[in-house]
Ligand binder design. Sequence first.
Ligand code: ATP
Length: 367
Amino acid sequence: MHASTSHPEQRLRLERVTKRFGPHMAVDGVSLDLAGGEFFCLLGPSGCGKSTLLRMVAGFETPDSGTIRLGETDLTALPPHRRPVNMMFQSYALFPHMSVAANLAYGLKGLGLGRTQSAERVKALLRLVRLEGFEARRPDKLSGGQRQRVALARALAREPRLLLLDEPLGALDRALREETQGELRAIQRRLGTSFVVVTHDAEEAMALADRIGVMERGRLVQVGPARELYERPASRYVAGLLGDVNLIDGRLGRAEPGGVRGVETALGLLRASGEGEAGNAVVVAIRPERLVVSGEGEGEGDDLSGRLRGRLTEATFLGDRIRYRVEMANGSTLRASAALPASGPIPAVGETVAVAVPADAARILPA
Ligand code: ATP
């Protein structure tokens, strides 16, 4: 998808945007180009600068340097209310004493709409978030998920070109979160408005975004679709942020046929995918679900995989999968997880097992 052709006025471009608070560099030279109609997530742990970046796009903070443009408009020096941008906060900020309809009508103030027009628009907004018939309800008589939808409808009332959402689902419990993620996605698709969401929850970012931007100490360190970041992280930081990962230190060998590299590690020679100069210190990153644990004698002769041997110290049944821990000869532990075998026994704790490391799933990262 490159929607910038269909919505060029929604294209968001940041160029070397920087913000300091005293000596602290909160946002450090961030450049970013978002297509119109894109759903983008800024992902990172608390304090990495993602909210500050969002607030600069909204106009609540001013960059020390750099530019922010939406379509042809330079937003950098515009006050918040003059930007064709709106922001939705985690706390929703609905007026508790006002009906849902009044809350939404408030969002339409200043647009010069007549009474009927305004009522029609409120109706359309409620239809959008599937809350028809809730006009007269007060926010304190709504569920958390419904309140979240009213806040979203209000944020969309003035038809912003870009909607910014800071941890929009943070107040919802897990089940409702998942359901609401689907709705948020569906609403964004229907409207075609660009959304930028800030979250510290990698699964949420993966569920929502067309692309994710990972932030580390004020810098944007990797941008890409969820699967690319998950399978080909650029660093151990990104690898760990996106999900559980085994990291094995090693030294890079020469390139082998098939684009695979040997890596000398304390566990033995592993084959892995990635770039680098022979002799360099590297880390091999492999997701638990890509390691294949089997009984010692099973599945041998598969020379595409590095096969390691270890002692099973944990085999936990989790319903949809089994979680393994395998203690290796050098005392380190590998974490693996697997779908339940269709038949046959699950290896037992204490057994010696084989751990296969598929070369295409083992990624070489800088040390
Ligand atoms: P969180 O998810 O906890 O909000 P974040 O990634 O959104 O984290 P920011 O809120 O952008 O991080 O903050 C980035 C850094 O800048 C933090 O170290 C924070 O303490 C600092 N900071 C943010 N706002 C201010 C401010 N107004 N004055 C001083 N320091 C600030």
